[in-house]
Design a protein around this ligand. Structure first.
Ligand code: GDP
Length: 417
């Protein structure tokens, strides 16, 4: 696609997100379901069989846990969602840090039975360090012992956040039936077999209506603190436009004062579409987050600007050897990278060629001609690039902050070329 053909607001439709969770909370299953619903895959691999799409490295398939940080792309509601797989195992903390560095937002997944476990706390805190706005999906509502409110309490206590409950589950364990959409006051019953229009919205029974009203009041109380306009409409008993609610929720999510919470069961395909909708509605696009810091050739501090017309600045966050070929995953922060372009690897002080560009699905890749600021792509042909390296325009070399020693200011200054 040429630069001119790209709509101006296309960047605002990119979501670079990760799913962060304690191991076993259902991250892989949720990822599978997201890919299924968004139409990328038409069969669902089950994790325990070692066929889940994101677990594509042979080593991972053998071990049955996710150890790598892969990236896969899907489309939803006019948005391109790049899902960066973030390892949940505490042994892979550095991998988590690397992925967090290139994320703009994340979905935190908690098990409805286990709640916020120590490792979830660790990953959550790491994500806070990188100022990553988040939404939460309380998973496994179908498990015996699932307790939605207990998880909310543990979120408040252990993570010190204000949850904004957008959905409440109806029933739990064997009796889990679906979720109530608190804003829309609808009972959503999900059909595991369908895709796209995946739920049937039913009217609420009197008991459900009462339950929903309580949560709705709680929601408006919280949102009234965020917006005077909502406060006034709410106090006067007037209708609050959905758009105003969404804008307010999005702002509070980006500022990390509130964390929208959804519930469901990834295994039973319940609540997946609302997660995708919330990712698009409330999590940031690449232009909504601060730029990356670095230094130019004169040692002068710079900050990346998410604009395709700026000089190229990109960061390598993963190198994989796929069937013996080196494939480099990078995030473009500024400018445009063209297939075949010579770039300057500021970290290795070498010129190298980005011969081929791809968007990645976990088990296949699609060739593209260029990648613009805000995008995450795979590159073949880079000889020297290592994880953490900065690639920049040949005529405007830049060194972004190193991943491993992420600090507000870097000490590395580039030598003039
Ligand atoms: P990860 O380690 O976070 O990637 O978790 P997985 O997606 O591998 O899930 C761990 C286990 O929990 C697997 O056996 C899944 O089948 C199971 N699981 C995932 N989601 C759900 C759910 O919503 N309900 C139930 N009952 N089990 C689930």
């Amino acid at each position: 696609m040429s630069k001119a053909a790209r709509p101006k607001d296309a960047l605002s439709k990119i979501r670079n997100i990760g799913i962060i969770a304690h191991i076993d909370a259902g991250k892989t299953t949720l990822t599978e379901r997201i890919l299924y619903y968004s139409g990328r895959i038409h069969r669902m691999g089950e994790v325990h069989e070692g066929t889940a799409t994101m677990d594509f490295m042979p080593e991972e398939q053998e071990r049955g846990i996710t150890i790598g940080s892969a990236c896969t792309t899907c489309e939803w509601d006019g948005h391109t969602i790049n899902l960066i797989d973030t390892p949940g195992h505490v042994d892979f903390t550095i991998e988590v840090e690397r992925s967090l560095r290139v994320l703009d937002g994340a979905v935190g997944v908690f098990c409805a039975v286990g709640g916020v476990e120590p490792q979830s706390e660790t990953v959550w805190r790491q994500s806070e360090k990188y100022d990553v706005p988040k939404i939460v999906f309380i998973n496994k509502m179908d498990r015996i012992g699932a307790d939605f409110e207990a998880v909310l309490e543990s979120m408040k206590e252990r993570l010190r956040i204000t949850p904004l409950v957008l959905q409440v589950p109806v029933g739990a364990g064997d009796e889990f039936e679906g979720v109530i959409d608190v804003i829309g006051m609808r009972f959503l019953v999900f059909d595991a077999a369908s895709r796209g229009e995946d739920f049937e919205a039913r009217a609420l029974s009197p008991e459900q209506e009462e339950l929903a009203s309580q949560w709705r009041e709680a929601l408006f109380d919280v949102l009234s603190e965020q917006s005077d306009e909502i406060l006034e409409l709410y106090m006067n008993g007037e209708d609050i436009p959905r758009e105003l609610l969404d804008v307010t929720i999005r702002k509070a999510t980006l500022e990390r004062t509130l964390v929208p919470v959804l519930a469901g069961s990834a295994l039973k395909n319940t609540g997946i579409q609302p997660v995708l909708d919330a990712v698009c509605a409330y999590l940031p696009g690449p232009q909504d987050v601060p730029g990356q810091k670095g230094r130019n050739v004169h040692g002068v501090k710079i900050e990346t600007v998410c604009d395709p017309k700026e000089p190229l600045e990109a960061l390598v966050f993963k190198v994989s050897l796929e069937t013996g070929h080196k494939l480099v995953l990078l995030r473009v922060y500024s400018g445009t990278l063209e297939a075949g372009q010579m770039v300057y690897n500021a970290s290795q002080k070498k010129d190298e060629r980005a011969a081929h560009l791809y968007t990645l699905h976990a088990d296949r890749k699609t060739k593209i001609e260029q990648a613009v600021a805000g995008e995450i792509v795979a590159v073949a042909g880079l000889k020297f690039a290592k994880t953490g390296d900065t690639l920049s325009a040949k005529d405007a070399p830049v060194q972004l902050e190193n991943i491993e020693s992420y600090r507000p200011v870097i000490s590395l200054a580039l030598e003039p070329r």
